[in-house]
Design a protein around this ligand. Structure first.
Ligand SMILES: Cc1cc2nc3c(=O)[nH]c(=O)nc-3n(C[C@H](O)[C@H](O)[C@H](O)COP(=O)(O)OP(=O)(O)OC[C@H]3O[C@@H](n4cnc5c(N)ncnc54)[C@H](O)[C@@H]3O)c2cc1C
Length: 271
């Protein structure tokens, strides 16, 4: 399908991108890797009048250690994150999950920031960032603010980034020495998770168990209280609201959440 007509402008800096957003208001959309936005435009589910292309902003493509955190530029591509030696050593869960997104073509262009701001509950990188207890750095006309990952995903495809703002950086704790686990269930290769579970440092996040990625808080509390992995994982779907579709019933999703949580926690415990 062919998208509706739009104007295209390439931003040369973060400041220019923000000023273009301010100029065009809700007519404008940022374009990073285009792997979520362009399909929506082809289906006419998004009809922006102006695309502000930020994909060329090299200043937002980095993975570096800063004190006890790893800072990742929002425009870092999935494959860059997956192959980053810094990410592999310091935050291996995230490096691994970046390699689980789609196929090589998607990973070559898709960005960490784009995946987070798109806010699909069935996506890999948001689940990992949530499990890691990450912080998101958002820049806008009023300056820069930070948002905890737990506050970032607001609702169905809705995040804390305003129409005149841009996600510029993602910060996650250095977890290099800690065990972690990531379990993703799909019906075919290179696909979005039907359910995924990420576990690290006593935190567990789930994909596709509600309108946003979410933390399995009952499991986390049980673990903190000394429960066994099996007992804690059995609570993974508590408080969640999975939908039923052609791929899985609600009950099957709940079963997957419990099972994948158990496996992810066992991987984390094995170190
Ligand atoms: C064939 C295919 C398979 C896929 N498989 C998977 C999969 O297995 N797992 C998975 O998780 N995802 C999958 N995806 C989705 C995809 O990986 C991500 O959603 C996508 O890469 C988003 O990043 P992007 O840079 O392409 O964002 P874009 O499509 O450019 O943008 C997405 C949205 O975010 C906004 N945006 C982008 N960057 C910023 C920013 N820095 N600040 C503010 N707003 C911003 C845009 O305006 C837009 O609304 C798949 C996609 C395709 C096409």
């Amino acid at each position: 399908m062919i998208p509706a007509e739009f104007d295209y402008v390439r931003a040369g800096s973060v400041e220019e991108a923000l000023s273009l957003l301010a100029q065009h208001g809700d007519e404008a959309k940022l374009l990073a890797g285009g792997h979520s936005l362009l399909p929506l435009m082809k289906l006419r589910m998004a009809v922006p009048g102006v695309l502000v292309d930020i994909g060329g902003l090299a200043e937002l493509r980095y993975v570096r250690v800063e004190a006890d955190e790893v800072a990742i530029g929002a425009l870092t591509r999935d494959n860059e994150l997956h192959t980053s030696t810094v990410a592999q050593a310091e935050v291996p869960l995230l490096a691994h999950v970046a390699g689980q997104v789609g196929d090589p073509q998607v990973r070559a262009r898709g960005t960490l920031g784009g995946s987070l701001v798109h806010g699909d509950a069935a996506s890999d990188l948001p689940t990992a960032v949530l499990a890691l207890g990450g912080t998101l750095v958002v820049q806008g006309p009023q300056g820069t603010r930070t948002v905890a990952a737990t506050e970032f995903f607001r609702g169905f495809f809705e995040t804390a980034v305003g129409e005149d703002e841009m996600l510029v950086e993602v910060r996650v704790p250095r977890t290099g020495h800690l065990g972690w686990g990531y379990e993703k269930f799909t019906r075919r290769a290179n696909d979005w998770p039907i359910i995924a579970a990420a576990a690290v440092d006593g935190r567990v996040a789930l994909a596709n168990m509600g309108p946003t990625v979410l933390r399995a808080t009952a499991t986390e509390q049980a673990l903190a209280g000394g429960a066994s992995i099996a007992d804690a994982a059995a609570l993974a779907d508590e408080g969640t609201s999975p939908t039923a579709d052609m791929h899985a019933s609600q009950d099957y999703r709940r079963h997957l959440a419990r099972e994948l949580t158990r496996r992810a926690l066992e991987s984390a415990a094995a170190g």
